[in-house]
Design a binder for this molecule. Structure first.
Ligand SMILES: Cc1cc2nc3c(=O)[nH]c(=O)nc-3n(C[C@H](O)[C@H](O)[C@H](O)COP(=O)(O)OP(=O)(O)OC[C@H]3O[C@@H](n4cnc5c(N)ncnc54)[C@H](O)[C@@H]3O)c2cc1C
Length: 440
């Protein structure tokens, strides 16, 4: 089966044709000859995945993470198809399955907290055999698993950040916020949608941000006052404003996600959490259901995530010896549900190209883009269906989502499930990292 061709049934899975993976255990494969030392900024999904594969290919990665400790919990994210295969190759897939959030049902609620309808995810999972190619997991749990898989062999610098970089033919001199300076051969920015590395090398975020017209807020309450079970997610909304809640952390807390249409981007101080809380409270003032209680509980939340829903679109992901990956390079936005999968894929492909070119960063960065950019361009176009489903804009749209959603669920809820395969282009380097399709 050639690249880019889709099969008409779901009994196929991604197969990575670089058999060097199998050869590696205990023995190094081709040793990198150039550009051995690589600093990676960001220890979430893309960063540790890159560190893992670089280490495996004989490079010496160092990861710098701004947060003083690994950030736990967070919102549930999906690991799908190609990322599942990568996780298997890393030996972490069974861990991820165990930590999976096992969502069984979505319930659409009315203002009086009565269930309008629901989508039985458990049945869908079984019917479509999704557990083989899909796991939903808290972002922090995925990050922790990736960190655990690398921490013994990779140097991690927590509570620090790149403050300045100066690159020349020999490498990159990096000054850290903590004051020290170190020399690396290459730098990889995996520091998220508001990437510090991108800011330092490519400049302001504004020209690269593609605002999608929504604002999202996620936070955790300190108790599970609704006694929700972790298997159920409740969804309530009015046109243009939605709220999703589910239990979190062993049913001790509630995770709440507010998402609303916001045609023009809000302007606020990203470091001022109180201002953000007030903005959210204002937008949802006078709304029914559990919203007043949730907003009250938000005041005590210590983990508010409040951000525009945006994509990052760049013409090039590298400049000299500095390369970007994950959300820093190509955030697809949460509307696609593919950010983590793409972050892992990009890391895997980038490491593979560096290995295949024996560390020649010019060739490797070019091939990484050539192989992966078509996937990103395609995924970034899938905004509308995600937005329409998550935040219907009209009464009719809301009615249709709530009443027809359960029937249409296999077609709209799992667009990234068995049908949505990503198919990077083959690499220019023969037998380099690439994906192809094979019978299970
Ligand atoms: C509400 C929400 C729901 C989502 N749902 C899904 C979903 O269902 N499915 C899905 O696949 N994706 C989802 N995503 C997207 C997903 O979380 C991201 O695509 C994914 O986390 C990207 O990984 P990353 O490693 O590139 O960046 P991030 O996860 O953003 O990590 C960046 C890391 O860099 C660190 N950092 C930041 N600045 C610096 C600095 N100056 N120095 C050092 N380190 C720094 C951060 O602390 C962080 O650890 C969702 C996102 C949000 C916000």
């Amino acid at each position: 089966m050639g690249y880019g061709k889709k099969k008409d049934h779901g009994r196929c899975f991604v197969h990575l044709v670089n058999f060097r993976f199998f050869l590696w255990k205990g023995k190094e494969t081709t040793m990198a000859t150039k550009n051995q030392t690589i600093l990676i900024s960001g220890a979430s999904i893309a960063g540790p995945t890159l560190a893992y594969w670089l280490k495996r290919y004989g490079f010496t990665p160092t990861v710098v993470e701004r947060s003083p400790v690994l950030r736990a919990g967070g919102f549930p994210i999906d690991v799908r198809n190609e990322a599942v295969e990568i996780a298997k190759r890393m030996g972490i897939w069974s861990d991820l399955q165990q930590k999976s959030t096992t969502l069984d049902e979505l319930s659409f609620m009315d203002a009086r907290n009565r269930r309008i309808s629901g989508i039985n995810i458990l049945t869908l999972r079984k019917m479509l055999d999704l557990d083989r190619t899909w796991a939903e997991i808290l972002r922090g749990d995925l990050a922790e698993t990736l960190y655990e898989a690398t921490k013994n062999e990779v140097e991690y610098l927590f509570g620090d950040s790149i403050q300045a970089m100066a690159q020349d033919d020999d490498g990159v001199d990096v000054t850290f916020a903590s004051g020290g300076t170190r020399h690396f051969d290459l730098v990889a920015g995996a520091d998220g949608v508001h990437s510090n590395t991108r800011q330092l090398v490519f400049g302001d975020e504004a020209p690269f941000e593609w605002y999608c017209g929504y604002q999202v807020a996620v936070f955790t309450t300190t108790d599970n006052y609704l006694r929700l079970d972790h298997t159920n997610m409740l969804i309530y909304g009015v046109p243009g404003k939605q709220v999703m809640i589910r239990s979190s952390r062993d049913n001790k807390e509630l995770g709440a996600c507010f998402m609303f249409k916001q045609p023009t981007k809000l302007h606020y101080d990203r470091s001022d959490e109180e201002q953000q809380k007030q903005l959210l409270a204002d937008v949802y003032a006078d709304q029914a259901w559990e919203i007043p209680t949730l907003l009250e509980k938000m005041r005590a939340a210590s983990d508010l995530y409040f951000d525009p829903v945006s994509q990052i679109r760049m013409e090039s992901w590298s400049q000299g010896r500095v390369v970007l990956l994950g959300d820093a390079a190509h955030c697809p936005s949460l509307l696609t549900g593919q950010g983590s999968t793409l972050a892992m894929m990009g890391a895997y492909i980038l490491a593979g190209e560096l290995q295949a070119t024996s560390g020649d960063h010019r060739q490797a960065f070019q091939q990484y883009e050539q192989a992966f950019r078509p996937v990103i361009s395609k995924e970034q176009k899938k905004l509308k269906s995600g937005g329409d489903f998550l935040v219907p804009a009209t009464k009719l749209g809301l009615w249709a989502r709530n009443h027809l959603g359960p029937v249409l669920a296999p077609f709209i809820l799992v667009p990234g499930g068995i049908w949505n395969r990503l198919f990077p282009q083959p690499s220019l380097v023969k037998n380099s990292v690439s994906f192809s399709e094979k019978e299970a």
